[in-house]
Ligand binder design. Structure first.
Ligand code: ATP
Ligand code: MG
Length: 138
């Protein structure tokens, strides 16, 4: 059965010119793109998207980073999409990410780590609805 996850290519990876290479890895790994856009989060959007982290010491830095430039948001579909996508992107800290993962290849630090992936099926739906209207999903 096909499951959904929500990807963001974060501002660092967009700035560094990695959109095409990341989308290629994602589709080569068997994910189908069901929604796709270049967009920018306002500070308020970033605060809402990462609300669960609001008490963490890095929250201000995270919000400033995520809102500083364009991102690519995508709805992805695949069997076991959430866990398979997190395997494809690698550990939060690129220094600990496995060889060949997107964060190992394209992230620069634990804060500026190239991509976001949903952490549960429930959050994938919430995050997809955050970024996409119904008619933007296929
Ligand atoms: P994401 O939710 O973006 O896919 P993740 O699930 O691997 O990443 P989380 O624990 O949800 O990691 O943290 C959300 C984001 O907050 C991280 O991707 C990173 O950008 C930032 N972050 C996490 N830990 C730190 C830290 N110790 N210092 C700075 N930034 C951090
Ligand atoms: Mg997370």
């Amino acid at each position: 059965m096909a499951h959904t996850t929500l990807m963001m290519i974060k501002p660092d990876a967009v700035e560094n010119g990695h959109i095409g290479r990341i989308l290629e890895k994602v589709t080569a790994a068997g994910f189908q793109i069901k929604g796709l856009k270049l967009t920018q989060l306002s500070k308020n959007d970033a605060e809402r998207f990462y609300e669960v982290h609001q008490e963490r010491p890095f929250f201000g830095e995270l919000v400033a980073f995520m809102s500083r430039g364009p991102i690519v948001a995508a709805v992805l579909e695949k069997e076991n999409a959430v866990s398979d996508f997190r395997t494809l992107i690698g550990a939060t800290n690129p220094a600990e990410a496995a060889e060949g993962t997107i964060r190992k290849l394209y992230a620069t630090s634990i804060g500026e780590n190239a991509v976001h992936g949903s952490d549960s099926d429930e959050n994938a739906e919430i995050e997809a609805a955050f970024h996409f209207a119904g008619r933007e999903r296929f």
